[in-house]
Design a protein around this ligand. Structure first.
Ligand code: THU
Length: 144
C-alpha cells in the first residue's frame, strides 16, 4: 500500500501543462533522433516547471525532457511534483522512459499523476513504476 498525498485530478491544470509541454518541445535539441520532446510539471505549491530533451553525439548521454524538467524544479528551489505532462513534437503524450520514471519518483513519489492525454485518466506513477526504489530505502537499508 502507498499513501496518496497529492492533489486530485481536478486540481492539476492539465490543459495548461499540455500547452507548456508542447512549447517546451520546440526548444528541444534533438538532431539525432529528430524526436522533439517537451515536459511540463505542476508542483504541489502551484508552480510550473518545464523541460525538453537534449541529445548528444555520444547518443547514450542524451538527457530526456523529464531530466531537464527535474533540473528546472531544483533550480527553482525544489518542491514536490503533483502532475506531469510529456509530449512529443506531434503534441501527443509520450510515455516516460524507465530512467525518467525513476527520476520523477524521486520528486513526486507514487502519487505523482502522469498525463495520458485529453479525455483519458491520468495515471499514478505507482502504476508506471511499481515497487519503486527511493530515498527512504537508503535510510532503512543501511547496514553500517
Ligand atoms: N525522450 C525523452 O525526452 N523522454 C522520454 O521519456 C522518452 C525519450 C527523448 C530522448 C531522445 O532524445 C528522444 O526522445 C528519442 O528517444
Amino acid at each position: 500500500m502507498y499513501c496518496l498525498t497529492v492533489s486530485s485530478l481536478n486540481e492539476i491544470p492539465w490543459n495548461e501543462l499540455r500547452a507548456r509541454a508542447v512549447h517546451a518541445s520546440t526548444t528541444s535539441y534533438s538532431p539525432y533522433s529528430n524526436v522533439r520532446v517537451g515536459a511540463a510539471g505542476y508542483t504541489t505549491d502551484g508552480r510550473i516547471v518545464e523541460g525538453a530533451n537534449v541529445e548528444n553525439a555520444s547518443y547514450g548521454l542524451t538527457l530526456c525532457a523529464e531530466c531537464s524538467l527535474v533540473s528546472d524544479l531544483i533550480r527553482q528551489g525544489g518542491g514536490r511534483l503533483a502532475g506531469v505532462a510529456v509530449v512529443a513534437g506531434d503534441h501527443q503524450p509520450i510515455a516516460p522512459c524507465g530512467r525518467c520514471r525513476q527520476l520523477l519518483f524521486e520528486h513526486g513519489g507514487n502519487g505523482l499523476l502522469i498525463d495520458a492525454g485529453e479525455g483519458l485518466d491520468a495515471k499514478h506513477l505507482h502504476e508506471l513504476l511499481p515497487d519503486a526504489f527511493g530515498p527512504e530505502d537508503l535510510g532503512t537499508r543501511k547496514d553500517r
